[in-house]
Design a protein around this ligand. Structure first.
Ligand code: NAD
Length: 331
């Protein structure tokens, strides 16, 4: 199938081109993000392949449909950037990659915890500067800490298993408890209990209307003072001005995030020569107890290989009119 691949970085080209030896799709790569403005680039392509910050709102979908696109192949698990109702009304099919490496994201969440706890970002720079003082680097044992996991799907389960290895007590909140977590000894509880008990909280639920700003002014007040909050899921799960207030008051002792609600215009590009206009982001990253990464949780070669394979297989299924297990059911 002729596929217009948007937000295509060198690594996307590499992994998709490699995987395509088995599929023979006709891939055209566009480095730009998909927006209503850039949608004319997809003229004549029956399939558009998109990533998390591509804008698949009603306006873009209407424009694509007029140009004969009928398939949206997401290279991601999350699909909160797609207006599914509009896609259904336009008779467009949306497919995704539901799992590519839950280990990649779970391991990144653990990386943020270690970075914040042992202040590795400071230690690294200090030693390079021949400053061997330990002042300000004091951490705590993870062993014995209570870790609250919100969402115990594929990534949450991997995260639970790693934190179990550290000797942490695990509590979780998920409307559908996972047997793998129960076997590990995870205690399921309600959200207020989890918030009040946890020394560390890690978010692994999807961004949905009922999880939007799950961490807000009110829920931050329910946290243990000095708690560590980790978000590798979606930026919209956290009300950023509220977490900034929590950090300033000391209620939140550490904050690590791989995602940011307004990351769309910022992430995945080198902006080191520009003046960032997002004051909230700049303030957030100015705190000494905050570590931000730019949505790299998924970024392992294992995950990119799986993403490429599944994306191309999804497109082949739709092209051949076969049932595609990764088609998003629009309800
Ligand atoms: P998954 O579908 O396997 O698991 C999600 C879990 O969240 C499910 O068990 C579900 O029951 C639970 N859930 C739903 N609503 C909830 C709520 N209100 N409260 C608590 N739990 C709730 O998904 P996954 O593969 O584990 O991925 C989780 C999220 O991670 C994705 O939605 C995506 O936003 C994010 N993600 C981030 C990256 C990254 O690079 N940082 C990469 C992949 C995925």
């Amino acid at each position: 199938m002729k596929v217009a691949v948007f937000s295509a970085k060198a690594y996307d080209r590499h992994f998709l081109t490699q995987a395509n030896h088995a599929y023979h799709h006709d891939l055209t790569f566009f480095e730009t993000r998909l927006t209503p403005k850039t949608s004319p680039l997809a003229e004549g392509f029956p399939a558009v392949c998109a990533f998390i910050n591509d804008q698949l709102d009603s306006e873009t979908l209407h424009a694509l449909r007029q140009q004969q696109t009928h398939l949206i192949a997401l290279r991601s698990a999350g699909f909160n950037n797609v207006d599914l109702e509009a896609a259904q009304a336009l008779d467009m099919t949306v497919v995704r990659v539901p799992a590519y490496s839950p280990y990649a994201v779970a391991e990144h969440a653990v990386g943020l915890i270690l970075m914040l706890n042992r202040k590795l970002y400071r230690a690294y720079n200090r030693v390079r500067d021949d400053n061997f003082s330990l002042d300000g680097l004091l951490g705590f044992d993870l062993h014995g800490c209570t870790v609250g996991i919100i969402g115990t799907g594929k990534i949450g389960q991997c995260f639970a298993s790693i934190m179990h290895g550290f000797g942490c007590n695990l509590v979780a909140y998920d409307p559908y408890p996972a047997s793998a977590c129960l076997e590990l000894g995870v205690t399921y509880t309600d959200l207020p209990e989890l918030l009040g008990q946890s020394d560390m909280i890690s978010l692994h639920c999807p961004l949905l209307p009922d999880t939007y700003h799950l961490i807000n002014r009110e829920t931050i007040q329910q946290l243990k003072p000095g708690v560590m909050v980790i978000n590798t899921s979606r930026g919209g799960l956290i009300d950023t001005p509220a977490i900034i207030e929590g950090i300033k008051s000391g209620q939140v002792g550490y904050f690590g995030a791989d995602v940011y609600e307004e990351e769309g215009p910022l992430f995945f590009e080198d902006r080191s020569d520009t003046v960032i206009q997002d004051d909230t982001f700049q303030l957030l990253q100015s705190f000494p107890n905050v570590v931000l990464t730019a949505h790299q949780g998924f970024f392992t070669r294992n995950a990119l290989d799986n993403i490429a394979q599944t994306t191309l297989a999804n497109i082949a299924d739709i092209e051949a009119n076969r049932p595609c297990p990764n088609r998003i059911a629009i309800t």
